[in-house]
Design a protein around this ligand. Sequence first.
Ligand SMILES: *Cc1c(COP(=O)(O)O)cnc(C)c1O
Length: 397
Amino acid sequence: MRDPVSFLEEEYQALVRADLDWKMRVLSGPSAPWCSVEGQKVLMFCSNNYLGLSNHPRLKEAAAEAARTHGVGSGSVRPIAGTMDLHLELERRLAKFKHAEASLVYQTGFATNAGLIPQLAGEGDIIVSDELNHGSIIDGVRLSKADKAVYKHGDAADLERVLNATEEHRPSYRRILIITDGVFSMDGDIAPLKQIALAGKSHGAMVYVDDAHGEGVLGEGGRGIVSHFGLTRDLVQVEMGTFSKAFGVVGGHVSGSRALVDFSYNKSRTWLLSGSHPPPVAAACLAAIDVLEKEPEHVRRLWDLTKRFKKAMADAGFDIGHSETPITPIIVGESKKAKELSQRLFELKVFALPIVFPMVAKDKARIRTIMNAALSDEDVQFAIDAFVKAGRELKIV
Ligand SMILES: *Cc1c(COP(=O)(O)O)cnc(C)c1O
């Protein structure tokens, strides 16, 4: 008789043998600049908490207060009995922050992409994606019955080529949907959204940008990539993002026209069929928007520290790739080297994880650092010193 579950252990062990399994590091306490990881106080250098908001007193107080006034669960999915005043207030405030007509909040960014993309394009349509788009976009595209095409990473001329070919061979497509990450999380490069949007316009395509790593980072006061390039909503119709990165909490969202929002909540199964945010989550997200509006210094600080760190690393001889954002990869080559560097950094009290194949090419293994506005000047110098020391020991620089 065949054992129906033997594959579980076999496949897991195969990952372990290939050194491709995830070994989780456990934080006891908040994701703060200095955090406690497996009993060691280390400097956090790889979280997505760009602005330090996940441990900001205003957000914590808002969450605690909402738990007192609204409880810890919403009790239902949004369309039935799970929409509270806090959820609607969050959507109003987010739309205002984004200068959009309307916004819609989902449970996560992943749920947004997985729920919305297959509704925006289906049978008889085509989705055209950047080849390096995030996994949640890839899954959203897979759930769609639309035809699929990819263009070369960050290459608007190649997108134009794909759109021309599409028009030539299948002029009968009902809709064309172009999707790109705003900031690509492995290299920190920014999508050429203006050229993408213009290509979209000339072909009558809808443009969808996933700004998970651009919000709180790019644009006026951290309003994201659409603001960064000064684009209008007739060019980029769907602006998607997350509260789990620079906003410091959790939750996905989409902003654009009122019609986009009305369509999206009536059609996205992830929104319709999954419990809504607990009130403390909605309240903390509201407070995050408040902080971004009232304390623009966090975004400025993020960029100051980013520039300082990038310069010091380049001066020390590290390969820092071509990032344009606070994500700075320290590219070392082989996977083994990246793991050794991460381990040595941890001993030197800097917490930064390696990113290796298959997430990046085999010879481009790296430590991915992400700057955090809550770090002090001394913290950043501490990290630079640790990188230089470990890099010299391991003959990387
Ligand atoms: C992190 C990320 C997501 C997922 O967002 P969550 O809210 O954490 O589910 C989606 N897209 C991109 C580009 C991301 O980096």
